[in-house]
Design a protein around this ligand. Structure first.
Ligand SMILES: C[S@@+](CC[C@H](N)C(=O)[O-])C[C@H]1O[C@@H](n2cnc3c(N)ncnc32)[C@H](O)[C@@H]1O
Length: 238
């Protein structure tokens, strides 16, 4: 199953199961509030999902374009006069060709770009806009203990790799890159695995057989999951 199908399949559950992503979106919007004298008016949100970013914006906007490749996620995004929900894939250069013709003053992306097929290319496209931006990207430190216990490699990029690409392509300073680790506790491993499946954070790479999953559930040493997120912005510490 492709990742977009995975997000679409569990879109209706996303808003119940996205505690960490909600924290991430809040931190992004809070840092805009604290750091920018003039709030952006024409915002592009890459991987907007069900609208976590849009819902947190409490100032008047001229325009907001949310892009996502999951029709089911977009269907749950708020609608509005100055708001466009655009079906598009940030792995597709044509999407950026279209977006570059539009007028924006800020680019934001929360909890989505870890799914880029080629993060260097997406960063290069973002840099071309020559606009301020704020991005939050999950790293391979997410589910670190789980992956280690199962003996599998993360399918999303490592913090160091993301940091290096952000300096190379987005030309940010070291102080504009911040790593934050979150934990989410569960009553038991069954609940934890249900969360992983339904939250869409796994990207549904079914790397484990039923037997391996059962073994992992017995051997997982923690009562929480780890999430590692890198915040990158063009203006100040997030
Ligand atoms: C974890 S959700 C985050 C949604 C929202 N930004 C938030 O903070 O709640 C990731 C979103 O990225 C979208 N996504 C993943 N890969 C994408 C791609 N290549 N192009 C566009 N959207 C993508 C998914 O459909 C999903 O809605």
């Amino acid at each position: 199953m492709k990742i977009n199908k995975e997000f679409s399949k569990y879109a209706h559950k996303y808003q119940q199961l996205n505690q960490i992503q909600t924290e991430v979106a809040k931190k992004l919007v809070d840092s805009l509030n604290r750091s920018l004298m003039e709030k952006p008016q024409k915002i592009l949100d890459l991987g907007c999902g069900t609208g976590a970013i849009y819902k947190l914006i409490d100032w008047e906007l001229e325009k907001f374009v949310g892009v996502d490749f999951s029709p089911s996620m977009l269907a749950l995004h708020p609608q509005g006069e100055r708001l466009t929900c655009k079906l598009g894939d940030f792995n597709d250069a044509n999407l950026f060709r279209d977006l570059e013709k539009e007028d924006f003053d800020f680019i934001i992306s929360a909890s989505a770009l870890q799914w880029a097929d080629d993060l260097e290319s997406v960063f290069t496209h973002i840099a071309k806009f020559e606009l301020p931006f704020s991005l939050a990207i999950f790293t391979s430190g997410t589910f670190a203990t789980l992956n280690k216990t199962a003996g599998i490699d993360s399918v999303i990029p490592a913090y160091e790799k993301i940091k290096q690409l952000s300096q190379k392509c987005l030309h940010v300073r070291e102080t504009n890159v911040e790593k934050v680790v979150y934990t989410l506790e569960f009553e038991n491993t069954r609940e934890m695995f249900r969360y992983i499946k339904k939250s869409g954070v796994s990207g549904n790479r079914n790397l484990l057989t039923y037997k391996q999953t059962k073994k992992l559930m017995q051997e997982y040493p923690l009562n929480y999951l780890e999430f590692e997120v890198v915040y990158i912005n063009s203006f100040s510490k997030a």
